[in-house]
Design a protein around this ligand. Structure first.
Ligand code: AMP
Ligand code: FE
Ligand code: FE
Ligand code: ZN
Length: 284
């Protein structure tokens, strides 16, 4: 569903957003409280490669009277390209999922150091401490954190500018993360009891890649995404129906890091949320 569809007092669930555990700007608690304030009835926090938000989000959701569903956005590789996979309804206590995310954490840490080194080699006076002192221990560190450090040091004026000139794919300080394959990522989500969902297919440019993904062992697809209108979501809805896949949808809210995207600007209905929640055995 999308913000353009107006129904009186609808049940709305935003199934895609980020907290300070990855590259969002609100803490898990503040994210949950903002969701409740916006009238959302349910939320899934889908941080990049970490499930750390749930420790804080669970008590906050109880307090705010909002439903939660375990979520995560895992970075994977297919055909040498980066693919995002949303995992939902996995067991939050799964050692398999926890270990998988821990490996991502280590890879991201190492890659951040490599990017910093590239920047330093280009003459930027940015120490490792300039980056890491501003990022709480345990954060799933990403390029937006490095962009913020560049802004603080006065080298760029926006995250977008840092990506366009230095950090984006193909730019001078770009470093890819050596992430697990899509197949391994799907298998991990399944081993943790969860459902694997293709994130934002709207953004996939490569038709061969898309076709390959549609033939893999996914259980669902993100039909409603960010500011894409309903007509742009129909194609993904048809695919979900044909395959009898679960449906997801959400804003991809990051807070200040992407100020143009509001929490709840894309969402799913109660029926769609319940289909995902039926797979979830966690106690919130
Ligand atoms: P990483 O996970 O470290 O590879 O960083 C990718 C993340 O950076 C994406 O998930 C987005 O949240 C964010 N991002 C990508 N491009 C931009 C941009 N131009 N401006 C702000 N954030 C961006
Ligand atoms: Fe992000
Ligand atoms: Fe994504
Ligand atoms: Zn996201």
């Amino acid at each position: 569903m999308h913000s353009t569809e107006i129904t009186p007092n609808p049940f709305r669930a935003d199934m895609h957003c980020h907290s300070t555990c990855s590259d969002g700007s609100l803490s898990p608690r503040d994210l949950v409280l903002l969701a409740a304030q916006k009238g959302l009835k349910a939320l899934s926090i889908t941080d990049h490669d970490t499930i750390g938000a749930y420790v804080e989000a669970i008590p906050a959701a109880r307090e705010a009277g909002i439903r939660l569903l375990a979520g995560v956005e895992l970075s994977a590789m297919q055909r040498g390209q980066s693919v995002h996979i949303l995992g939902y309804a996995y067991n939050l206590n799964s050692p398999v999922m926890q270990a998988f995310c821990h490996k991502h954490f280590e890879r991201r840490h190492k890659r951040a150091l490599t990017i910093l080194k590239r920047l330093q080699d280009q003459g930027f006076k940015l120490s490792d401490d300039d980056l890491f002192s501003a990022v709480p221990a345990g954060t799933s560190i990403g390029r937006p954190h490095i962009a913020e450090a560049m802004i603080r040091a006065g080298y760029v004026t926006s995250v977008d500018a840092a990506f366009k000139t230095y950090l984006g794919s193909g730019k001078s300080c770009y470093v890819a993360v050596d992430t697990p394959s899509v197949k391994e990522t799907i298998a991990t989500i399944h081993a943790a009891g969860g459902v694997a969902t293709i994130a934002h297919p709207h953004l996939i440019q490569n038709d061969i890649l898309l076709k390959e993904l549609l033939g893999m062992a996914f259980n669902g697809i993100e039909v409603y995404y960010a500011r894409f209108g309903l007509h742009q979501c129909q194609r993904w809805l048809d695919i979900a129906k044909t395959r009898q896949w679960l449906i997801s949808g959400g804003s991809d809210f990051h807070g200040d890091a992407k100020p143009q995207i509001a929490l709840g600007s894309s969402w799913v209905s109660e029926e769609v949320f319940n289909a995902l929640a039926a797979r979830d055995k966690n106690q919130y």
